[in-house]
Write a protein that binds this ligand. Structure first.
Ligand code: 3HC
Ligand code: NAI
Length: 703
């Protein structure tokens, strides 16, 4: 059982002990009810304290248990809370560090509550596509007031205990401890006091008995509904939170509880909640690498040199400066350094102007930045990240030089987006220290970091870079070496489909609209115009040499031959007005496409949005299945994280792999077989990847 029971004189202490955050899984729940039974049966015990071991009171229901029989196995959380309410000895919840979700709901079921300062208090279920399902929507408004409680429930944001304790009239905390360290002793002292207060048999207080009213309920909840509707277009949970809190003000307590439960159960089985829970786990799983144990020794990264102060070098440097790591940027010419520093300064200044960055923080960050034109000045850095031109010859010269000057044990990272990291590593005599760090542009904004593991990259280098990724607040995913790594290798197939769709009868605007309706932040053609169509053009030129038989629509090349590189040239797949980013459908482009179709002898057909979305998304899925099977990605959920954080895949769909699982892999494969019949498409590509075919045959899913 994951809770300990100890008696200290006349106080019984039940300590939840289910690392890392005392999730209220079956064995913790059993431990609590077992402790309650013992305490209530022991005449020497006069009061009970429930607390948590380690770094949390409790992080709430065990998310890993959701959807399994264990999550509802008795004693379920509602039963545990009912046992607390029914105890005839006063129960005090003693909270520290984290009291969230079901953990907070457990405390709300206790007779009294004490919190240590700095305890993060939240009902974050909405972030998992849920609402509090163990009475949170009914009890929190009774102790905090309707409006503050609804704000917490709808936002899911954590508030520090001392802030909550200051709310006028709050009944959440009966007492604050003076510090986390003294909480245990202070809780026992207070529990003894409470036992004395109730020695006369006076009833123990229950939150369920408190009134719950809003003076202008109808108007307030209407306002709340409007607010939430605007914020949460694709998420069903927030409006349901409003319904449940409104019910607390209108229904009897037990009816309100039943209402909350019904909504909770419905949300639990919604695709959105499934996706959000998947992402919660996937994000944490991404930093774990199967053959690199968590206790792998890490190298100390106290300073970093960045080679190249261009678009990426500047953004990468900002990430490091934000995390308090000193950076020295190296360039070939002083002008390039000056330009790089000016861009960093401009970015920070705009944050200061918008009130997002305090002046002293800005000063601190800039003070950590230095520059040089000489490799002699960077040799002592613990790590170097190269972001020079994307040419193997240039990378070769840089890495040979780094090999000469960097101290032994320094990590040598490349931000290459397309080149072979193994080849780059082979330019040095220390390939074990070389790793790819593929940031996305703008590097100071985008969450994704693909860490490219070379054939010889050592485990401690990998472990160190993963830790650094967390420190600079990136979602860090490991990729093996291949053309395009995980994300860009998949996007190539997506873009190819977008091209075929144009050949066959779509306009760029129609494809973009369908993709955006599905939930992509941007359709493929708007994305191309933003990133620069010339980048893809250059890559295609290289690939047609490497893969001369590769089939793709020539419209993208024709577009570039017209000089329409995208927003930067004022024209791409769309027209753009000076200084504006609105994509205006272009008659010139439509004409180019029509002429191209005629030249290829294609009679255009009307293509439904459903087919557009399926071809775009299933192309990602099929390529991803190859990537998984080849071991380029370690887990399907890593691929989802790449697409969610780097490529604008709709969050509420949980990433391409979870989406495919949700649609059903059998259905995905059947569609692929249909697409393979299309003479204008690439039949070979649509052969289901062997892994995908096997999963279908075995009735399994990616996740
Ligand atoms: N259940 C199971 N595991 C959990 C968990 C939970 N509720 N909360 C966190 N964890 C695990 C994480 O998966 C991670 O595991 P790992 O070490 O194996 O990767 C570990 O705890 C540490 O998590 P973080 O990396 O997030 O650590 P932090 O210190 O940054 O944050 C935290 C700790 C604030 C508790 C954060 O993890 C968090 O916000 N957790 C989610 C809390 C939550 O959503 N609770 C509501 C659950 S739903 C519920 O209670 C339903 C009820 O109403 C019926
Ligand atoms: P950029 O052209 O903006 O910057 C490159 C900088 O490197 C220039 O300032 C140049 O003066 C400097 N440089 C060139 N050779 C050098 C050398 N030998 N020594 C020192 N400095 C040198 O290019 P960008 O976009 O920053 O790209 C850099 C790297 O990042 C490339 O490998 C690119 O593929 C990769 N990348 C680019 C992304 C993007 O969206 N721009 C995204 C992800 C990776």
């Amino acid at each position: 059982m994951s809770a300990e029971y100890k008696v200290h004189g006349d106080v019984a202490v039940i300590t939840m002990n289910n690392p890392p955050v005392n999730g209220l899984g079956y064995s913790t729940r059993l431990g609590i009810t077992d402790g309650l039974s013992k305490a209530n049966a022991d005449a020497a015990v006069k009061s009970i304290v429930i607390t948590g071991a380690g770094k949390a009171f409790s992080g709430g229901a065990d998310i890993k248990e959701f959807g399994t029989p264990r999550s509802t196995q008795e004693p379920n959380l509602l039963s545990v809370i009912r046992e607390c309410e029914k105890s005839n000895k006063p129960i005090l919840a003693a909270m520290h560090s984290v009291a969230m979700g079901g953990g907070l709901e457990l405390a709300l079921g206790c007779h009294y509550r004490m919190a240590a300062p700095g305890c993060k208090v939240a009902l974050p279920e909405v972030k998992l596509g849920l609402l509090p399902g163990a009475g949170g929507t009914q009890r929190l408004p009774r102790v905090l007031g309707v409006e503050p409680a609804l704000n917490m429930i709808v936002s899911g944001e954590a508030i520090n205990s001392e802030m909550l304790a200051m709310l006028p009239g709050q009944k959440l905390f009966n007492k604050m401890a003076s510090s986390p360290e003294t909480l245990a002793q202070e809780a026992m002292d207070y529990a003894r006091e409470l036992a004395q207060q109730h020695a006369d048999g006076s009833p123990l207080p229950l939150i369920r008995n408190l009134p719950c009213k809003h003076p202008q309920g109808d108007a307030y909840f209407q306002f709340a509904r409007n607010m939430v509707k605007g914020m949460a277009k694709n998420y069903p949970a927030p409006p349901k939170c409003v319904d449940a809190v409104e019910a607390a003000t209108q229904k009897k307590f037990d009816d309100g509880m039943a209402f909350e439960r019904e909504i909770f159960t419905n949300l639990l089985f919604s695709n959105e909640s499934r996706a959000l829970r998947h992402i919660f786990m996937a994000e944490r799983a991404a930093s774990k690498i199967a053959d690199v144990p968590e206790d792998t020794p890490k190298r100390n990264i106290a300073s970093v040199a960045v080679i190249g102060a261009g678009t990426m070098g500047g953004g990468i440097s900002m990430n490091l400066l934000n995390a308090g790591i000193p950076v020295k940027m190296l360039e070939m010419k002083q002008e390039a350094l000056d330009r790089g520093v000016a861009t960093i300064r401009k970015n920070y200044e705009s944050q200061v102007k918008k009130g997002k960055l305090k002046q002293d923080k800005y000063d601190q960050r800039m003070a950590l930045l230095s520059t040089t034109l000489s490799y002699d000045d960077i040799g002592s850095a613990d790590m170097v990240i190269e972001a020079v031109f994307e040419e193997m010859g240039v990378k070769e010269a840089v890495f040979k030089k780094l090999d000469e000057v960097m101290k032994p044990g320094a990590i040598l990272a490349s931000n290459t987006s397309t080149l072979d990291v193994n080849k780059i590593a082979a330019f040095t005599k220390r390939p074990q220290d070389v790793v790819g760090m593929h940031f996305f542009s703008p590097a100071n904004v985008m969450k994704l970091l693909e860490v490219v593991r070379g054939a010889k990259t050592s485990k401690d280098v990998l472990a160190t870079v993963m830790t650094l990724g967390k420190k600079i607040k990136k979602t860090t995913v490991v990729s093996g070496v291949c053309d395009g790594f995980i994300g860009n290798r998949m996007i190539e197939q997506y873009s190819r489909q977008a091209g075929f769709l144009i050949d066959e009868g779509c306009t760029p605007a129609q494809v973009d609209k369908a993709a955006e309706k599905f939930g992509f932040a941007m359709g493929p053609f708007r994305m191309g115009d933003l990133a620069g169509n010339d980048i893809g053009w250059a890559i295609r030129k290289r690939r047609t040499i490497e893969r001369p038989n590769m089939k793709y629509s020539k419209t993208a090349d024709l577009l570039c031959e017209m000089g329409r590189f995208g927003q930067k040239t004022g024209a791409g797949w769309y027209d753009y007005q000076t200084g504006k980013r609105d994509a205006i459908p272009s008659a010139v482009v439509v004409d180019m496409i029509e002429k191209h179709r005629q030249a290829c002898g294609i009679t255009p057909r009307k293509i439904a949005d459903e087919e557009i979305v399926q071809r775009l998304v299933y192309a990602l899925v099929n390529e991803a299945a190859h990537i998984l099977e080849e071991g380029i990605a370690g887990k399907a959920s890593d691929i989802d994280m790449v697409y969610l954080t780097g490529y604008g895949f709709p969050i509420w769909r949980g990433g391409p792999m979870l989406y495919a699982d949700t649609v059903g892999l059998f259905n995905v494969v059947q569609s692929m077989k249909r697409f393979a019949q299309n003479p204008h498409d690439d039949a070979a590509f649509w052969q289901p990847a062997p892994l995908l075919a096997r999963l279908v045959a075995d009735g399994k899913t990616f996740n």
